[in-house]
Write a protein that binds this ligand. Structure first.
Ligand SMILES: [Zn+2]
Length: 303
């Protein structure tokens, strides 16, 4: 048996136009000059929200600020990080959450939750905003050393933290989560979680635990949540998920058994669905078109 259903399209939050230009991170002089250069662009993050315009019109796009608008962001004095170069222009993320009202003019746009509109954003733009949001979450939430509790020093243009007390180095975290479509013949397994919108059925998912391979995480999660044994596991594609700090690793998995035993703490329901049922959903809905779950489903359905 083969489980090869290649990815038909790229996933949301991928396709960044930025060159991360990591070699600049250790060049403090270059970073200091870039930080105040009027041509430099800033992606502001305010209380986990990203600056966009066109949201009300249903055509959102991310907004980066330069020139005088950027000066107001810098004066707020929050954490920042160098993200990379966009057509040779430096791009920084900057957090302005400590301000009661975001220090941007109303005509620049409004601060919006990226997850709510990601499917509507131009490819690449969502990736830059996700990068900025993930980095700023890390910077805001990691101020003290987890080893000795000293206040951390910022390094690598905001991309690393070091402890003056014990010397520990701290780097941004990306926690792997597996998301998998279990298939058996012409059927696939979908679950309805209490966290899902009403009647939506989607793929199972869960975090990888320490000391576990990705394949083992897929098999464990499916057994725990639905009581189905899994054989072959085949990688499909991945999707950044910096909400706050994950990456979704997508798989197709071979179901070896059929009788479902639901973990009621995780799922309200789980069922096998045929391709025909999924092509014409009656009484249930599928995950959002821009989700990796939907991509896993469609690439199997169309195989
Ligand atoms: Zn320390």
């Amino acid at each position: 048996m083969t489980l090869s259903f290649p990815a038909s399209r790229t996933n949301a939050y991928t396709g960044s136009p930025l060159d991360r230009a990591g070699h600049h991170r250790e060049d403090a002089g270059w970073i200091a000059a870039a930080f105040t250069d009027p041509a430099t662009l800033f992606a502001p993050v305010w209380r986990a929200r990203s600056l966009m315009r066109g949201v009300e019109a249903g055509a959102p796009e991310g907004v980066l600020l330069g020139g005088m608008a950027a000066e107001k962001l810098r004066q707020a004095g929050g954490p920042w990080a160098f993200l990379g170069l966009w057509d040779a222009r430096p791009v920084f993320a900057i957090d302005v959450s400590q301000e009661e009202a975001p220090p941007v003019s109303a005509d620049a746009g409004s601060f919006t939750d990226l997850r709510a509109v990601a499917g509507l954003l131009p490819v690449g733009g969502a990736s830059v905003l996700a990068h900025a949001r993930g980095m700023m979450h890390w910077r805001v939430k990691h101020r003290f050393c987890g080893v000795c509790a000293s206040a951390l020093d910022v390094r690598s243009a905001g991309n690393a933290l070091s402890c003056p007390g014990c010397g520990a180095q701290h780097f941004p975290r990306t926690d792997p989560a597996v998301i998998m479509l279990v298939v058996r013949g012409d059927h696939c397994l979908l679950g309805h979680s209490v966290r899902f919108p009403q009647k939506m059925y989607s793929t199972l998912a869960g975090f990888v635990e320490p000391g576990e391979s990705l394949e083992e995480a897929v098999r464990r999660e499916v057994m725990e949540e639905a009581g189905i044994a899994v054989g072959l596991v085949s990688y499909h594609s991945s999707q950044p998920w910096p909400f706050p700090s994950s990456i979704m690793l997508g798989f197709h998995a071979e179901g070896l058994s059929e009788a479902i035993t639901i973990d009621r703490d995780e799922l309200q329901d789980a069922r096998w669905f045929s391709r025909a049922e999924l092509r014409d959903p009656q009484g249930f809905s599928l995950p959002r078109a821009d989700s990796i779950a939907r991509r896993l489903l469609e690439d199997w359905m169309n195989a």
